[in-house]
Design a binder for this molecule. Sequence first.
Ligand code: ZN
Length: 304
Amino acid sequence: MSSSIPYSGGLLDRADALRADTDKLNELKHHNEAQFLVFDNLCVAMNQNQELYWITGKDFPKEYKVKTTLVFLGMAEDGIPVFAFSLTDEMDLWIKKLNCQFVDVRSAGMLLLDHRASIVAHARSILDWHERYKYCAKCGAGNSIQICGHKLRCSDESCAVEHFPRTDPVVIMLVESPDQKFCLLGRSFHYPDKLISALAGFMEPGESIEDAVRREIHEEAGIHCHDIRYYASQPWPFPSTLMIGCFARASSVELCLDPQEIEYAGWFSKNDVQQLLESTHPQFLPPQPIAIAYHLINRWMEIT
Ligand SMILES: [Zn+2]
């Protein structure tokens, strides 16, 4: 089920046991067929056919390969190592000669609605993490990048704290009415014009997924819910969220919206949702297929 959710279903073997094996990684970096995914300001290189632009080991100038911070993403099914890196200023002239363009990862995700988007999401989240966590969160000294991109270590030896990539869980839930004939959709103030979607919110420390679903629904819509069912999850690499998609059943229908967060929310019948999905609804537009909300809504149409 989850393999149809964009940015998920990765087919690379992440081969975490190799990350700390410096000799082996050095060998893999210099593999002639190794594949390198290039990013510029967190945008990924694509070719004119809107496919990912891979640089192979033999085409990657050795001087750049040695000096660049490479993120080891894993091994492809055919045993080819896969890496990602961010462009440095000195590579400018070289990269301009290549026939590629840099595309933001959200747009790339819409073009790559298969497992390749998962590779891009993994790489973007790690590269972004390097940018955001240059300094130790405990003492403020500089961090150094270790095990081919997957760990940061404080450079002050008296601290030497190790930091690992973060993932921030968000619950996103499609709430059904007590009779299961309607679902609850809403708009936050910051949504694009006309977009309506499932309600969502960040999980808090000390909460289970079910606790977070119950709390968010009560905070945003003023109703209690039960019968919480996990559907699927989605890595959302902006910068490193994990969307946890659930269904839930409301105990009542009278809404009391959070005026700080929710611009509008209401109950939508199957007919309304059908119109939404066909983009013929008079007021609102549905989430795009790249978002797990779209898949939650579609699944609800199938199961009830
Ligand atoms: Zn430190």
